[in-house]
Each structure stands twice: as C-alpha cells, then as structure tokens.
Design a protein around this ligand. Sequence first.
Ligand SMILES: [Mg+2]
Length: 243
Amino acid sequence: MHRRWPVLRGCIRTHCTMATLEQTKEIFRRADAVCFDVDSTVIREEGIDELAKFCGVGDAVREMTCKAMGGTVTFQKALTDRLSIIKCSREQVNKLLTDHPPQLTPGIKDLVDRLHERNVKVFLVSGGFRSIVEHVASQLSIPHDRVYANQLKFYFNGEFAGYDETQPTAESGGKGRVICMLKEKYGFEKVVMIGDGATDLEACPPASAFIGFGGNVVRPQVKEGSLWYVTSFGELLKELEKI
Ligand SMILES: [Mg+2]
C-alpha cells in the first residue's frame, strides 16, 4: 500500500527523554509545540460516538469504540468497522455540526490562547474526522494546516464513500508518526503531547513529554503511565505562569 507518510529516519523512538515530573513540567513550559488529542481531551465527547448517535447507530458503535480503546483490535480495523455501520453522508456530518456542535472542555480556550501568546505552535492530532476537528480548531483560532485527522470521503452526491487510508492518523502509531513529521518539518526540539488515551501516551517518544488528561474520562492505564496527569486545563495554565 502506498504510504504518504513514511517512517522518518532520524526520529528517535527508542527512548523517551522525559524522566521525572519536574522535567516534564519544564519541557511543557519551554515547549516549541504542543499537540492536543481532540476526543475526550479538547472536546468533552468522542466525535465518532456523537456522529453514530446522530446517524441512529449509537449503541453498536459505542461498544466498538470501547473495544478499540482497550487495544484488542487495530486502530484501522476499528475505524473501518465503525464507519461501515455509520455510513454517514456529507449532509449528516454538516447537520451534526450545526445541531450538536462539539463541546469544548472548560479551560481549553484560555490555555490555547496563552500558548499562542507565548508563540508556541498548537496542533490538533486526532484519530477523529477532519470536518469535525476543523470546526474545533476554528473555535480555538488554530489554523487548519495544524490539524491532523482522518478524512471522510463522499461520492459526488454526498453519500459515504469511505475514508482516506493514507493519512498517518488512520493507523495504530499514527500520532507518533505525525509528531516525527512535525519535528522534521519545523525543526521543533520540544514537542509535548496531551491526551486521555493510549494512542496519545504511545506518541511519547517521539514526543519529548506526555501529559495525561483526565478531565473528561479517566483511563487507568494512561493515568498509571503518565508522569504528569491532570484533570483540568487550569493546572497547565498555572504551570505556564511560572515563567
Ligand atoms: Mg481522546
């Protein structure tokens, strides 16, 4: 299969540079870039579950999402399976955004604004869908070229036609691949990943540090695996005020 994003040489994946809570906080205060997961991190819900509910297949898809989170199936298979049930049209996606726009997690707007003021580049790196994530990015004044997410495909009449399987976020380990690419493209030295899920934790390394977020849902294995685990964005904002 053709891959648009090859595994980049020179991107260190063998060890994580973060070692202690204090070092993690230090990296966050001095970060060149911060990458946020979206579902259950920047927004309160899981986008694909909301889309499924809106399309009338909420229960079946929620069960599959739980399985995917538990890591018993590959990310790509879980995504393909769920979308084959949802089969949303372009119109349904647009109507979801109008009728049930994604709900921002309290404190995220202040945090992103503060990061922007400090000239830190903010990225949204999501296993969810670009059309939904771009809507979130607009609310946070994040340029759309800093959004990495999966792309739904539609036929000319708006019917569901699958998704773009060549996006790095369509595969297990995809978030790490995006971070490698960002480091190479922009020359970032310190990149922080923030998220609630196992795929976010796995992105460090190549991320320089990982911050676990439990403000919407607490996933025990992520909490245990995080040197720094927070349940509100206010905690991160407070840390930034130290320098
Ligand atoms: Mg998430």
